[in-house]
Structures are given as C-alpha cells and as structure tokens.
Write a protein that binds this ligand. Sequence first.
Ligand code: LLP
Length: 418
Amino acid sequence: MNYIYSKVSSETKFFGNTDPIQLSEKYETPLYVYNENILRKRCRDLKGLISYSNFTVNYSLKANSNLELIKIVRSEGLRVDAMSPGEIYLNMLAGYKPKEVLFISNNINEDEFNYAIRAGVNISVDSVSQLDLFGKINPGGRVAFRLNPGVGAGHHEKVRTAGKKTKFGIEMSSIPEVKRIIKEYNLKLIGINQHIGSLFMDSEAYLTSTGNILSIARQFDDLEFIDLGGGFGIPYNKQSNQPRLDLKELGGKLSEVINSWVLEYGKDIEFKIEPGRYIVAESGILLGKVNAVKTNYNIKYIGTDLGFNVLIRPVMYDSHHDIEIYRGNATSSLKEETVTIVGNICETGDIIAKDRKLPEIIENDILGVLDSGAYGYSMSSNYNNRLRPAEVLLDADGNPRLIRRRDTLDDLIRNFIL
Ligand code: LLP
C-alpha cells in the first residue's frame, strides 16, 4: 500500500484496520466511509460546550441521516431536531422518544402539522401565519417559534438563515402578533429557537444573536427551553493547517451570558444547540476512482466517478474539500501539477475540485474527499440516473461494516407505475 498524499487521514488513523484501496475493492466506488471514533469525539466536544447544567445538544440530521449514525449519536446522549415528517420518522426508528425531538417546521401543510402532533414531538413554527394555523388545528397545544434575530452567519449566502434577506423565522417586530395568537388559541409557548446559518468559524454573530434571542425570551414567563441553533464550523482546509473553531472561547462566553440570564429569569430552563455539520462532517471521507486523465486546451482534467450527484457542495456553494490520493502499487508521484477534478455527470459544472495543486494523479488512483460526512450523502441524488453510493462504517475497533447498500438499477424504477 502506497499512500501518495494522505497526511490528514494518516494522522487521525481514519481508516482503522483497513485502507482505502481495500475498501474500494470490496465495496466499490463511489463510497462514503465513516469513522465511529471521530463521530463520538465530535459529539463529546459539543456536549461539553458550556458549563450550564440544563444543556442539550440536538443533532440536526439533515447533515446526515444514516440510521446507524443517528443511533451512535443517540448513544452519546444527544437529542435531535427534525425538519420534516421523514426526519421525525427516522428519529423514532433510531430509538428517540417523541419528547426528545424538536420539529423545526418551515412552510408546512395541515397534514404535516397533524403528523407531528400525533407523533407527540415538540413543534416549532416559522411564521405568524403558521402559528395561526397551528392554533386552529390544535387549540391549547404546546408550541415553540423560530425567531429571526436580525443577524445571520454562514459560509455562503444560500445558507445564511437569519438576518434581513432570508425566508426564515419571525422577525423581532412581530412579537406582539405572536403574543396575540398565543392568547387567542390559549397556546402554551414552550420555547423559542433560532438558527442563524451554517458554518461560522468566528463566533461573533452567534454571540450577538444569542443576546437578541435572550432579550425576546425575557418577555415570556413560562418557557421550557431556548435553542440557540447550530452552524458550528469545521476546518475544511486541513491540508493548509486551517485552525479549528475555538469552542473553549465560545463556550466560556456563552456560559457567562446564559448563567446570568437564568439568574434574572428565575428558572434554570433548558438551553439547546442544534449542530449538524460539526457532529458528522469530519467523520466522513468520500472515496472515488480515477477513470480517465486528459488535457483539454491546457487544462488537465482528472475524470472520476465523483459526480455532483454524489457530493454537490462544491457545485452548489463553491465549497472546498481537501483531496487525498491513494495508490495500490509502488509508483509514487513526485511532481506536483495543477489539475481540475471532475465527475461523470453531463454538465460542465460537474467539478469537485478546480485548479488544485496536487501530486500527479494517474488512472486507477483512489481519491479521498475529506470532511464529506455532512451534507454529502444527504444531498445526493439519482441525477443522470446514476446510482447513489454505498456507506460503510469503520467501527470503534477500526473494522468496516456496510451501513447502506449502493442503489441498484431496480431502485431507479421503483416508483414507476409499470
Ligand atoms: N438547525 C436548522 C434549523 C437548520 O436549518 C440547520 C441547517 C441546522 C440546524 C444545522 O446547521 P449546521 O450545524 O449543520 O451548520 N447544505 C449546506 C448546509 C445547509 C444547512 C441547512 N440548515 C452545506 O452543505 O454547507
């Protein structure tokens, strides 16, 4: 086994008792590989974020909803959120009790409200209009609402979910209407939540928004929880030594604010956060195979099976993922060159890494796309009628186990009326 360019995964002993070549031979590519130890470590990092004792971490499974991974997260004592009836269903299947689930709804219909009410999960609404609908369906019911605290954060405008230019949450000036509807339908307001956006590496906006939600929460007497949201970033540029988010500093500041707010409020209500990416991103490496190498008008293309149906983040948000190179035989690559790594989808935008300086890549190399555990498989599709990949878990002892099989051709036609 000759790892050509694999510093990050070697340092974390990511592949345990196996290696990427063996995995790609046994399970084929493209293949998502997850490391259980890293997943558990990230759950523990966030459980220890603040010193306040009534603190809960809700895993946001939109980042990765593989049932086996949810079960591991649950065994670490995390709770969960849900964005849809499908996510409520999966959470129950993973063993969560209804009251451990917070359904953060967004523009849902009456049937979806009824599904969540019958399931018995906690429900948060995203607008005054949806609060009114909830009140009509379920007068006297328990409900939370999502606040838009006026500040957003995030790695791309598409994922900034608070502030003045987003569909999410109830703006602060609408609070009087919220109060009126709560009174009209005799609702019990159990909590207020927010989520300002995805992937911040600097915690200033998170702290500002925490101040804003706390000032609104003070106006309601009988809350059970306040949810500050997710968005905790991870360093995607590990090969260039990008520093991690300073959780110690953020946790210290949050603990201070929360402890003093609670004293004033007079009740040690629950505080939640709802991270997705931070929990799972680093526990996943996507393996793909180099099928062709060519130069077109001075650009060298590395043609792989990593189409954007498998990992859409680079195409959708221009996201960077570090790339590793693994080779089964003894030839090593000495010279570096600038290449563009592409997939097998019929669109020019099907690029996984553009103008990347890497050791020379040759046909049949296996590539590892780092930090692809979050928003990788969960955003994959069958575009071009390609099959979605398999997923393998490397357990705590470093041994691989298949946790989702690759699609088959039959899966492609499953819903047709034949
Ligand atoms: N809570 C709510 C209400 C959310 O909408 C999200 C993410 C989260 C929590 C978790 O955020 P996280 O901790 O993972 O940043 N597909 C994009 C990210 C979209 C995030 C959507 N909402 C990406 O690949 O970067």
